[in-house]
Design a protein around this ligand. Structure first.
Ligand code: HEM
Ligand SMILES: [Cu+2]
Length: 650
């Protein structure tokens, strides 16, 4: 086992010394959020100037009235400046000139300030992700509210057609790119090391960088609105994306940066899970949530590079006139579609698998039964992950593919429902003859299973070529994937949050408000999206703000429900802020009586997670066993593990 690699704390605290260094510098050189913002602003102007300087003679710049070069350089230099200001490159530079690393003061600093830093503490990164994700989700949600407001009337318009598609693009892209890390970011980074009995992650700098790229991607995407937005939704199809005006650069740069973030986060997660398991944490004892993180992370590492490549090509097409995706000049817009979906389909499992991981982890606790078919579930996750690379053309049934290829992709797509079914049925097996405890996390988990069933079955329908060629591009597809992502992933995220927040912060969310939030969210989610199946079947196309007058009643129903759904999310935000900032009800023990390793240590966990590296004795699902011993020995005899592993230094 790889535990020898664990005592990196020595490097942490011994090397540069965690206290002190920042104070030795003038305030404008101290790596923190203010220097990062300064770096971003300086970077933007420098990049913009450089772009103008380099490209001012280009034919398309002389003839056209805009210089994409300048804005792309501006974005990239702003990102680099932001990261430099945070101190991301400091250790690297110091090590290049032979100095020990020093710019990480995790453990040392306390209070709010450390959440605004580049930190090597995986628990701080987890909380940073958590707050970031909530902000991104709510922002993208506000765009959804704007969409539904516009769709209240078939012909009276709040926005013009161009503004509508801009809003749809911002909503869809922001959701799809940032929600990739909705679970792996906060829960994966925070909890996986603890769940596998480790004091740290494999690559803390990579992990921290993966987080700090997310606000960059978020702000760059939003800034697209200042430049006229982008008119092609979240998919960025060529040739429109090559022809579109400056706002489109924000799409490509932001999505590309987020792709890099996903690769880094995934890579760190894979290595952590493979190399940092405590002694006794055999593969057959790995919590199912950790399996879901492993498969998700593998998908991230394998799929996201294709996205980054595609975005890079889009950018060079837009700036230096390569023509990868321009048919007139020998390129192919169909190539873009294939690159995009070769990433895009695994992406939907990057969104779905973590949801299943959370709910599968939670239901044994609330049914007091072992997870039925644990190995089947883990195998199902791998099956889904592998198959997801063989189905991407089901998005292109209608896009001029060779008709003879359709049956192949129809079959692979239908096949994927088998491993998905495994994961799903494992839960139903666990429910069998169980006595349920309907606490808030369990309610959200059950809601997830209900919603995902509808999302999944409509997905099998869509994988069918005749059904898809009719429903393609309609609100039926909208309803389908919102059922899987909003109904699946976001419900599971809520379950995880109510379940693990006491672990992560030592503070409990208000459970009465939680119940109200669950019921409003569940009812109004379904009431928002169920009508969309009918609206789509009746022929309303997506991304169009005008529709047939006879569909107004259904659309109004959906819109009003969506406002109430938005209200339920607001209720959550209020609960979150009120509980964590004002009420602060302590929850230090093991409120759900879970056997998970993460619950065997204090809440919130101490800086090093474990005083000693634990020795894992069993899987965490032995509920209802009379003779079930402890899951781990937290104080193994000194001889078992070298005493060198115990130093904390913090
Ligand atoms: C409050 C909940 C939400 C509501 C009310 C909502 C509503 C909508 C509506 C009405 C559209 C269709 C607009 C059109 O094509 O004319 C849409 C598109 C979309 N939504 Fe959502 N949405 C919600 C949450 C989410 C979530 C959680 C995700 C994913 C994480 C998501 C991802 C997308 C995507 C990818 C599109 C397609 C954009 C495009 O066509 O390029 N939405 N949403
Ligand atoms: Cu797909």
């Amino acid at each position: 086992m790889a535990i020898e690699t664990q005592p990196e704390k020595a490097e942490h605290s011994g090397g540069g010394g965690p206290g002190g260094p920042p104070a030795a510098r003038p305030w404008w050189m101290r790596p923190a959020i203010h220097t990062a913002i300064l770096g971003a602003v300086l970077g933007y102007f420098l990049g913009h100037w450089l772009g103008n300087f380099v490209a001012s003679g280009y034919q398309q710049v002389v003839e056209g009235d805009e210089n994409n070069f300048a804005i792309v350089f501006g974005y990239l230099a702003a990102t680099a400046g932001f990261l430099a200001g945070l101190g991301v490159f400091n250790d690297l530079l110091r090590q290049m000139v032979g100095l020990p690393p020093r710019d990480h003061d995790d453990g040392g600093g306390s209070g709010l300030a450390r959440y605004f830093r580049f930190t090597l503490d995986h628990k701080v990164v987890g909380i940073q992700y958590l707050v970031g994700m909530i902000i991104y989700f709510c922002t993208a949600g506000l765009f959804a509210m704007a969409i539904r407001t516009e769709l209240l009337s078939p012909s009276y318009h709040l926005f013009n057609a161009g503004a509508y598609i801009e809003i749809v693009g911002e909503h869809g892209t922001m959701m799809m790119m940032l929600m990739s890390s909705l679970v792996l970011g906060p829960f994966g980074n925070y909890l996986v090391p603890i769940m596998i009995g480790s004091k740290r992650v494999a690559f803390p700098r990579m992990e921290a960088l993966s987080f700090w790229l997310t606000p960059c991607a978020f702000l760059i995407l939003l800034s697209g609105l200042l430049f006229g937005g982008f008119p092609f939704g979240w998919t960025g199809y060529a040739p429109l994306s090559i022809q579109a005006t400056q706002g489109a650069d924000s799409y490509a740069v932001a999505f590309g940066l987020m792709g890099i973030s996903i690769i880094l986060a995934g890579f760190n997660m894979v290595c952590t899970i493979i190399c940092y398991r405590a002694p006794g944490m055999r593969w057959s004892r790995l919590p199912i949530f950790v399996w879901s993180m492993l498969t998700t992370a593998l998908l991230m590492v394998l799929a996201a590079p294709v996205l980054v490549g595609g975005m890079y090509m889009m950018l060079t097409d837009r700036t230096v006139q390569t023509a990868f995706f321009v048919p007139d000049l020998g390129g192919s817009s169909y190539l873009y579609e294939n690159l995009f979906w070769f990433f895009g389909h695994p992406e939907v499992y990057i969104l779905a698998l973590p949801g299943f991981g959370i709910v599968s982890e939670i239901i044994p606790v609330f049914t007091r039964k072992p997870l039925f078919g644990y190995k089947v579930s883990a195998a199902g996750m791998f099956g889904v992950a592998i198959l997801s690379f063989f189905v991407w053309q089901h998005h292109l049934f209608d896009s001029g593919m060779d008709p003879d290829m359709r049956p192949l992709f129809m079959i692979t797509t239908e096949l994927i429902s088998i491993p998905t079914g495994f994961i799903y049925l494992v839960a139903l097996g666990t429910f069998w003859k169980a006595r349920f405890r309907f606490s808030v996390p369990m309610l959200f988990a059950l809601g997830m299973y209900f919603n995902f069933l509808i999302g999944g079955i409509s997905g099998v329908m869509l994988s069918d070529v005749p059904a898809d060629t009719t429903a393609h591009g309609s609100f039926f597809v909208m309803a389908h994937f919102h059922y899987t992502i909003m109904g699946g992933l976001v419900f599971a995220f809520m379950a995880g949050l109510y379940y693990w927040l006491p672990k992560m912060t030592g503070i409990r969310l208000n459970l009465r408000l939680g119940k109200i939030q669950f019921w409003t969210m569940f009812v109004f989610f379904n009431s928002t999206f169920l009508p969309m199946f009918a609206i789509g079947e009746a022929g309303q196309p997506r991304r169009v703000f005008e529709y047939a007058a006879n569909l107004q009643t259904l659309n109004d129903w959906s819109s009003i429900s969506s406002f109430l759904l938005g209200g339920s999310i607001l209720l959550f935000v209020i609960n979150f802020i009120w509980s964590t900032v004002f009420a602060r009800v302590r929850e230090e023990g093991n409120p759900w009586r879970s056997r998970g390793l993460e619950w065997q240590i204090p809440s919130p966990p101490p800086p090093d997670n474990f005083e000693h590296i634990p020795v894992v004795l069993s899987d965490p699902y032995r509920y209802g066993f009379k003779d079930a011993g402890p899951v781990a020995d937290l104080y193994p005899p000194a001889g078992v593990i070298s005493g060198a592993l115990t130093g904390s230094g913090a």
